[in-house]
Ligand binder design. Sequence first.
Ligand code: PAF
Length: 282
Amino acid sequence: MKLLQDVSSVRNFTQKRAPEQEIGLVPTMGALHQGHMALLKASLRDNDLTICSIYVNPTQFNNPDDLEKYPRTLEHDLNFLKDVGCDAVFFPSNQVMYPEEGSQLLQLNFGHLDKILEGQHRSGHFSGVGLVVNKLLNIVQPKRAYFGQKDLQQLAVIRQMVDEFFIPAEIIAVPIVREPSGLALSSRNQRLSTEEKKTAAQLYQTLLYAKEQYKAGGDLTTVKQQALNRLNGHLGIQLEYFEAVRMRDFQLLIDRMEADTVAFCVAAYVGEVRLIDNVVVS
Ligand code: PAF
């Protein structure tokens, strides 16, 4: 597995391949787990070469404490990637990704997506995500790039950006991987105690409950209220939002949308850790 730390070594690696060889990019912030494994497997299946990037991107953290405490496990990650058969790993420094230190950072505005759910609760987050994903797509120039559905709104942001900038990469969404309890895998779970992990599984249980009630014809206001009651009544969960959105444009729903695919999305703190999750109802 090739270890690449700067832009020119990535370019050398990609330019040396045979012209027909397709590249898959798996962007990550490290602390790799079985959720990342699903992204890597999808890329290894679809492409001739897979490059995984590991970079804890400071510009997407609106909370400095969250950035500082984000798990960093490079040695484990490199072994994980070698074992799965990844062809190369790009793990740049801040200096490589943001060489224009001190200058004004480019800001990206995703309109409606910046005003709701994650956009509303994490000011500047999507600008940082857009910036770093844009940089990674330009550096690697993959045929395909892989992102997890746990970050459903992030996927919508990336798709919008790729369309608007005519970036010739196909964006592939990979389903959420869960623990047996239903807890969605996330690098942040490493910061949860065993007790907190049990509590955190309530997020998915409540999403499932809402999905079942909605599918059974339940009125959306009632379904949402029941979900809010369940989560607010749970000691150890500090809810930020529980919402239903229309998948195709992320419009917040107040009534049933029979003909549309709908997603229930949740964000909450369990202890000190902020978690997000979602289920799609089609
Ligand atoms: O989903 C993530 O891990 C990050 O937001 C990403 C896409 C790697 C950008 O830093």
